[in-house]
Design a protein around this ligand. Sequence first.
Ligand code: GLN
Length: 535
Amino acid sequence: MKYIFVTGGVVSSLGKGLTAASLGTLLENRGLKVALQKFDPYLNVDPGTMSPYQHGEVYVLNDGAETDLDLGHYERFTNTKLTRFNNLTSGQVYQTVLDKERRGEYLGKTVQVIPHVTDEIQKRILELGQKTGADVVITEIGGTTGDIEGLPFLEAIREFTLDVGMSNAIFVHVTYVPFIKAAGELKTKPTQQSVAKLREIGIAPHILICRCEQPLNKELRQKMSLFCNVPYEAVIEEKDVEHSIYEVPLMLQRERVDDLVCRLLQLEVPSADMSHWQDIIRKLIAPQHQVRIGVVGKYIGLNDAYKSVFESVSHGGVANDCGVQIERVDAEDIEKNGAAATLKGLSGILVPGGFGERGIEGKIAAAGYAREHGIPYLGLCLGMQIATIEFARSVLKLEGAGSTEFEPTTPYPVIALLDEQKKVTQKGGTMRLGSQPCRLVEGSRAAELYGTSLVHERHRHRYEFNNLFREQYEAAGFSFSGTSPDGKLVELIELKEHPFYMASQFHPEFQSKPSAPHPLFRGFIAASLVHQSRR
Ligand code: GLN
């Protein structure tokens, strides 16, 4: 088994996850089985309890693990199926070590960062390899070199490579080469310093992946090669992409990074055939059509808060050879200025998931505007709940209808907690989480789009549609086109008399890939295209 460790230097937000995922794409297309994992140095057990302002999106896996958004890149860029074993935080490491200590498993020893914490980290690398039977395990270390909390992880991977042997493990350092406007130059000093920091810990990178806004010239490459002690051909340029993040694997292939990795790890495999990937890029760069989709949220200014949603919308575009311009709409702007003023002219409206009361009335107004004006609507989780509330208030005339999440005393709790959720007191990992089966109603738009009658989709929510109101809704033409197999939990709703009005209690955005766009996003963009051409 071979191992690649990806570290980051100089600044955060360099796109280390994308780089790791893109390496995965290239190696997979050379016929290798890859496994990807992310180590996060923070002390939270998982990101599930963190605010989107702190962490961006929480990405949910089939097994219900709430993980870092980089795992979303891993799933979108490769064919690996991830589980909770693919994301490890310091919080989890310490929890395991402390539990062992309480059980007396350290037999009277002093429990220390080295070797007990580092051993626990190394175990996870080995375990992932064994569980997946991968040829190559790619491990991304979160944070930036030099962070105090990242040290045990770096120490662990240093020791690990000693054990598995130098030809079986390599270090890839993703770094930043800033362009200083006043000097009109790219600067290599931050990279030199960050590599020096790594070498201080005993890690000498084999490959430097340089994130930059301008191309690296020969002199700069030579300089970094010399000062950072890596061969000239191992200084790789990773410029900002022009159109889409899916260009990164092709960019790295042009820089021959996969050839280099295979040579260093002594892997004899054919070169990667990326023609299908090139086709995706062509559709992203030069699509036949174009639509404007409004995404209505409350963290809309944050790039990372709705990552998988934005990606899935673009996959829906790929499926329709259609470019998607995403308009980020702040739900509170709708509350201030009205739905018509804010949403006019859009080809489709999407309301993603969310928690808490802020912006709710704006989202309800958006769902109402889409329903009344025949604009394609896709609701995801909270987006389904608010569509339901809007219908209750406007069509069923249930004044004050709402979700008990925001209005505990609403006279018509059309969205409410199930009894099992009422007993929950802990916050972490206690929602309805992960993949669950959903049966689709024959003849529904959902069944038509999926082309099957049973699907599995990922969940992350506490509240559910309240079945006390079900008949009333159905009588008014509101269809429950997907439910749990026992029929008790509402999973998908749609309006028959509308060009496209669909919303799911689950999160389809966690299962869409550019190479396999999710049916709901494909259908949504197709309908948006029709809506736009009619106008
Ligand atoms: N806040 C809602 C719930 O907990 C919706 C959650 C979501 O959109 N992920 O049920």
